[in-house]
Design a binder for this molecule. Structure first.
Ligand SMILES: [Fe+2]
Length: 152
């Protein structure tokens, strides 16, 4: 999934990634099974619920930045989300591992987006938003990593 929808510091791309993460975490919430299913179900509920709130903020930033005024904006967004989810599903069958891999890829993309925004002198609000997302998603990465430790 990495490289398919590269974060360029624009809110639309961040929104696409967050929608894809929400989909991955929510489906994992439904699909987990086995001895740890109840704990995993609750962990993934925590993650998808938090991402839902981030999706809403991202959507408002997209509209506020004027990106949603571009012709075909919603279609491009749907295509980006579909590309990310499709790649993630194709590359990893286990729902928890898939969510963990997506969180890792998102961290890489956020780092690139933060650097791109800073190097072009982009708005401080975007920098603050992106670094805040990186902070929260680092915790998501940690939680999933700890859960999966010893399984591979
Ligand atoms: Fe549920």
């Amino acid at each position: 999934m990495k490289g398919l929808v590269t974060l360029d510091g624009t809110p639309s791309r961040v929104l696409a990634w967050l929608c894809a993460l929400k989909y991955a975490h929510h489906t994992a919430h439904w699909l987990v099974k086995g001895p740890s299913a109840h704990g995993d179900h609750l962990l993934m509920q925590r993650l998808y619920t938090a991402v839902e709130a981030e999706v809403d903020v991202a959507g408002e930033k997209v509209v506020g930045s004027g990106e949603a005024d571009k012709p075909g904006w919603a279609r491009v967004l749907a295509g980006d989300v579909n590309a990310l989810v499709g790649a993630a599903m194709a590359q990893e069958k286990d729902p928890l591992t898939r969510s963990a891999r997506m969180e890792s890829a998102f961290q890489d993309e956020l780092e690139a987006a933060i650097n791109a925004n800073r190097s072009r002198g982009g708005p401080a609000g975007i920098d603050n938003w992106l670094t805040g997302l990186a902070d929260v998603h680092q915790t998501n990465q940690y939680l999933l990593h700890q859960r999966l430790r010893g399984e591979s």
